[in-house]
Write a protein that binds this ligand. Sequence first.
Ligand SMILES: [Zn+2]
Ligand SMILES: [Zn+2]
Length: 422
Amino acid sequence: MTNELKVRVHRGTQEIGGSCIELQTGDARLVLDVGRPLSARRGDQVDLPDVPGLASGDDPTLLGVVISHGHLDHYGLLDQVSPNVPVIAGEAAAAIVEAARFFSPGPALRPAIHLRDRVPLQVGPFTITPYLVDHSAFDAYAVQVDTGDHRFFYTGDLRGHGRKAALFEQLIAEPPVDVDILLMEGTHIGASAADEPTHATGSESDVERAMATTMRGTPGLVVAAGSAQNVDRLVTCYRAARRAGRTLLIDLYGVAVARATGRGTIPQPGFPGLGVWVPRRQKVRVMQSGEFHRTREVRGLRVFPEQIAAHPERYAIYTASSSIAELVTAGALDDSGTVIWSMWSGYLKEPSGQRLRSMCATNGVAFEEHHTSGHATVTDLQRLADAFHARALVPIHTEGGFRYGGIFANAEAHVDGDWWAA
Ligand SMILES: [Zn+2]
Ligand SMILES: [Zn+2]
């Protein structure tokens, strides 16, 4: 039967991140995501999944690699993929990854073909239909693949409580019909029920309200520690600062990412109440690279530590946790200020998180956490699964795949590396 659709998940049936899926119909194959496992440490060598032609580029039956979004656990092994294999990804997602590489080295993401919301692409026998989704990465997609006889749908990473929650509701209100396989992320389906959050995850709007309250109630400087690539969170911080009557300062990494979105609606230089603070590490990077246009372009918007120290109540900063210590040294952040941890709380247990906490304690800086997950709650996943009513629902990006059967209808767990048919 030549029209059969075969699937194998190379990585992700038993873990969160490192996702890689191979589809085959007839003699044509397509790969979805080539992620780096989250368990791998920086510098660890991770081999590419065993997909014929992926590394060598000499197998014409491999038609391309689709990257769902710009998180390393979905594209982080791309530097090992042969340049002969076409990459298909979102234009803004790729621009953000490229912008980030100046500040933090990582693999390139240079798609030959761009994913566009609900615009089908024909790649050999595969019709690829991307759906823009709500996730903590900008320009993230779920991917539907049709082969004539079969319909396959991969959620990628998604949630229903971010700034684009309407996209999640739209997917539930008008789901694709006749889906044979729904390959669904389950970050919040834990290895046991005890691992799952017992309360609903708050929304980005909740984070915005909480941050605004902190900014109003703090007499000194407020610094939110977060990821420059989390564009939703940048918007949340900006809106919170506006509500609290503070100027939000972002760093050069934030400026580069905001510009790379290509969207005039994302806060960037020129927006009211938005300024730029340049951490030392970024100054050094600019000098070493000779890319002085980066500081020249924001010259009129720069706010220096001595200005912050003179009026800390006027400012809030969104930056990396590693840049916060120099604000203390400069006298801009003291016992009148607050640090907001706005990332996954697990990172706080790592040495860098512990150092930040103890530095705050030593200097009397208040410490709070305001964050929400980039991934759907179990309740939202149930709503999605019910709406799709796929013939088979297969777990990925989860440690609780074996528990899908107790939570969803038609669950069908598979193991890494096994081929199975739709
Ligand atoms: Zn992921
Ligand atoms: Zn992700």
